[in-house]
Design a protein around this ligand. Structure first.
Ligand SMILES: Nc1nc2c(c(=O)[nH]1)N[C@H]1C(S)=C(S)[C@@H](COP(=O)(O)O)O[C@H]1N2
Ligand SMILES: [Mo]
Length: 411
């Protein structure tokens, strides 16, 4: 049934056990908490109360919710441009599938097409061109926990993102085999996960046909960093929409439907909306006049090391390190300030893994005075777009990209 490496196979029971569910219908067993380590980060009040937990195929990650599983990546993993599969964050709206039987799993392409298709994983791997892209998968609500005034939704710190090399086949190649009929407007994507007994609508997302045909980087990916996708990141295949927020990156993809009209489902029309203003923002606490579906990511940078609260010796060189990325334009520069944003100096950019990837950067610094310093990083892309010094606000807590600061003590 599974032409897969041992490590990827999990029986339903094993997986449930790992999720802390002894059997369907029971609440979390103690096993989840026995595995939990300690509070994720005592330096960040947002993370201080959260345990680190270990799910199947995963390293210790920061627990946001267990039902459905939502796990965030500890920030130190971002010292490297590629996020390891086991450290990659996890986000679900509904309970995830606990196993997938590849002998019956098919990716169905239906709707307004000449020839509906039903593809097995083997078909995807053998009948289409294998292609790869390195791209950041970032939740729209990454950093929502820092919003002020606060907003509803998962109070993520900055670990609801990751960067991987995704390998699979081009969505447009699959669709051209099925043959999109003329007049088609939208394409919808649906995964295996189903709302349980909750009142949450099925998680279905859409992209329009012209966008799909013009973008060779949108993939149906079956590998992540050279390995099959971890179950919690969408095994056996997921949509990868480089440059766009991960709400579009539908996991456990099972149905692609071509529509001759615009899709008006809940997850496109009612959820994941941003203010229809150039900054995608409104006056804090106010209601936007009109909203549009969230789409391309804005420019961000983060300082990964040293972390907040670090004590550094005076007159000793230290390397400030971090990552930066944008929605696919590509980075122009990252600059660093050690004086609360008064002056900025260019950081050294690391290897370029493509326009959709994290870019490592570093900055050598020798603190002279025995005081506390605020370190800041600011990225700019090739279109001149940069990060704001005051946080932009929207009611859903999306697209956070304010210049962040890290406070260190030199003594
Ligand atoms: N099938 C399915 N795909 C999904 C979701 C989901 O709930 N179900 N959530 C989306 C959202 S909002 C995010 S942030 C990403 C998270 O991807 P990851 O769990 O692989 O990190 O998955 C996206 N794809
Ligand atoms: Mo998300």
């Amino acid at each position: 049934m599974l032409p897969l490496p041992e490590s990827n196979f999990q029986s339903r029971r094993e997986f449930l056990r790992g999720l802390g569910l002894a059997s369907a219908g029971t609440l979390l067993s103690t096993s989840l908490f026995e595995r939990s380590v300690w509070a994720a980060d005592v330096e960040d009040p947002l993370l201080a109360g959260r345990p680190l937990v270990r799910y199947p195929q995963k390293a210790d990650l920061i627990l946001l919710t267990s039902r459905p599983p939502q796990l965030e990546t500890p920030i130190h993993y971002f010292e490297k441009a590629i996020t390891p599969n086991d450290a990659f964050f996890v986000r679900y709206h509904v309970p995830p599938p606990t196993s997938v039987d590849l002998s019956t799993w098919r990716l169905k392409i239906t709707g307004h097409v000449d020839k509906p298709l039903e593809l097995s994983l083997d078909d995807l791997q053998r009948k289409f061109t294998r292609t790869s892209v390195v791209a950041v998968n970032q939740c729209s609500g990454n950093g929502r926990g820092y919003f002020s005034p606060r907003v509803f939704g998962g109070q993520w710190a900055n670990g609801a993102m990751g960067n991987a090399e995704w390998t699979g086949v081009r969505l447009r190649e699959i669709l051209s085999q099925a043959g999109i009929k003329s007049g088609a407007l939208d394409v919808t994507f649906k995964g295996l996960d189903r709302p349980g007994f909750t009142s949450i609508p099925d998680f279905v997302k859409s992209l329009n046909v012209s966008r799909i045909s013009s973008d060779p980087d949108i993939l149906v990916a079956y590998e992540m960093n050279g390995q099959p996708l971890p179950m919690l990141n969408g095994f056996p295949a997921r949509l990868v929409v480089p440059g766009w927020y991960s709400t579009y990156w539908v996991k456990h993809l099972s149905e692609i439907t071509v529509l001759y009209k615009e899709f008006d489902g809940f997850w496109m029309r009612k959820a994941y909306l941003i203010p229809n203003t150039p900054c995608a923002c409104v006056e804090p606490g106010t209601t936007p006049a009109s909203m549009v579906p969230i789409n391309r990511m804005n420019v961000r940078s983060l300082i990964v090391s040293p972390h907040n609260g670090t004590h550094l010796p005076a007159a000793k060189p230290v390397t400030i390190k971090g990552i930066a990325f944008d929605g696919g334009v590509g980075l122009q520069e990252v600059s660093v300030s050690t004086d609360k944003g008064v002056s900025w100096e260019p950081a050294q950019l690391g290897k370029d893994l493509g326009n959709y990837s994290f870019r490592e950067w570093s900055f050598n610094w020798t603190p002279t005075r025995k005081v506390s310093y605020r370190l800041m990083a600011r990225a700019k892309n090739r279109r001149g777009e940069s990060q704001p010094s005051d946080a932009l606000w929207n009611p859903s807590g999306y697209m956070r990209n304010v210049i962040e600061g890290v406070d260190v003590m030199v003594d």
